[in-house]
Design a protein around this ligand. Sequence first.
Ligand SMILES: [Zn+2]
Length: 330
Amino acid sequence: MKKLHLIILLVVLLSSCPLPASAKQADKESEAKHERMALYKKTAAATGLPWYYLAAIDQYEHNLPAASKSEAEKLIAITIPEEKWFGITEHKKAAANESTISWFQGLGRDGNGDSLADPDNPEDVLFTIASFIQRTGTTKNDIKIALWNYYERDLTVQTIMNTAKLYEQFGTIELDKRSFPLPLHHNYSYRNTWGDARGFGGRRIHEGTDIFANYGVPVYATTYGVVELKGWNLYGGWRIGLRDSNNIYHYYAHLNGFEKGVSVGNVVKPGDVIGYVGASGYGPPGTSGKFPPHLHYGMYKDNGRSEFSFDPYPYLRIWEQKSKQQKKEG
Ligand SMILES: [Zn+2]
């Protein structure tokens, strides 16, 4: 009996020991992702709409700036505006009967079987958005059209479709692994120059980090993502852009060339070679050698209305550290 008490005491002590904040946070996030996944799959089974579209829509909205803390903590982030949910009515906005809502041409549906369509209930929200999409159809193109009708924004539709592609291909929503953009065994150097003034092309700031390396050093995808853009640009030279599942655009410029077979719409994962370091740009297609070879790496976040550049330097440092660790651990 005494022994049992000791064990209980020990268990209580151990479980109340706080984990380092980051590990605890990661655990909480991973748990939330499992819960979210279960809801996507349940709604997919009920409606026939593949889970990865529901997951991609929800992920897109998770990455929009939250209006409030309570909104930020919601399991399902999809927020259907009241006038869309309830339709054209002056009635009090509260959980309501499906048939009343549809009388007023609202979208709100009951997904959890309590006969109320509640815009604050995650199952009702997922079921509602799935039902809305299915009204248009279930082919890829139908889904794209339904998303456009709902969001009325090209970049939003593209990001959701690309995220769905990632989720479908990898079979998971946990795509958090990242890689440093260059192989660690090559010589390279970089420092924080984000926001510095630029000479070429009028008044603009440096929207990225320059990583200096030799011509032809392979350039890696840093993230799971979909190739959104590839080609020549006056400033960037041969450049390529990836969109990840956090509504972040990763921009690689001044390349010598691209990896064979990499084209717009392709799915990549961290560590995939996508191009090679060069010194292209600052002129018409093919211009090269106007500055020392380097990779210009930029990151842009889409907030649902516009995209803005943010400093990639701290992320590069973290990815470099992690890549070094992984190499050590084999
Ligand atoms: Zn640069």
